[in-house]
Design a protein around this ligand. Structure first.
Ligand code: URA
Length: 215
């Protein structure tokens, strides 16, 4: 665990732009095209927050006027890992901000009866251990998929992991941090609860369906 990260930490990003965009996403009358565009915008802002403490080093450069020691990110490499399929809806905005990041994908679906995660796809860069791994999924609901994905990444060598979502349920956060107290969760909101079908309330509905116009 990084010195600045405490066990079971949750960072709620209260920035007014994030909160405003989240409200637009929650609104049932927001169209698919609008939802997708706002997901991209809000995830760029979430990427800004999750990279806020990346270490800097000073490098010598020449401005048009003089030499100076200027800050530059110290070679810390990033990997975004999208939990399919809804994760892809917030991946693009993150890549807008960090275009050089590597990208991995984990395919998990929820068994509709048990709500347990079932893995159907995994593709990761092989130098995961040297990277800050940022796992992205808009909804941290039961926490089962998130916990399973992170367990798989640790198995593959990931050592420094953060999780970014837009909405989290208190039950999901508890479940996730029981399994992975070392992984800080960045979210735009911690909502009231999960309903009997594993949906976050008040939530925004099914993020994948709203991103891709499916039912
Ligand atoms: N996944 C979603 O897309 N929405 C929820 O509310 C919970 C899980």
């Amino acid at each position: 665990m990084d010195a600045t990260e405490t066990a079971g930490a949750v960072v709620v990003v209260g920035h007014p732009l994030v909160q405003h965009k989240l409200t637009l996403m929650r609104d049932r009358d927001t169209s698919t095209i609008g939802f997708r565009r706002i997901a991209r915008e809000i995830s760029l802002l979430m990427a800004y927050e999750v990279t806020r403490d990346l270490p800097l080093v000073l490098v010598e450069i020449e401005t048009p006027l003089e030499r100076m020691a200027a800050p530059q990110i110290s070679g810390k490499k990033l990997c975004f890992v999208s939990i399919l399929r809804a994760g892809n809806g917030i991946l693009d905005g993150m890549l807008d901000l960090v275009p050089a990041a590597r990208v991995g994908h984990v395919g998990l679906y929820r068994d509709p009866q048990t709500l347990a995660p079932v893995e159907y796809y995994l593709k990761l860069p092989d130098d995961l251990a040297e990277r800050l791994v940022v796992v992205v999924d808009p909804m941290l609901a039961t926490g089962n998929s998130a916990a399973a994905a992170v367990a798989r990444l640790k198995q593959a060598g990931a050592a420094q992991i953060r999780f970014v979502c837009l909405l989290a349920a208190p039950e999901g956060l508890a479940r996730f941090h029981a399994a992975h107290p070392d992984v800080t969760v960045f979210t735009a909101s911690v909502d009231r609860c999960l309903n009997d079908h594993g949906y976050i309330c008040p939530g925004l509905g099914d993020a994948g369906d709203r991103l891709y116009g499916t039912k």
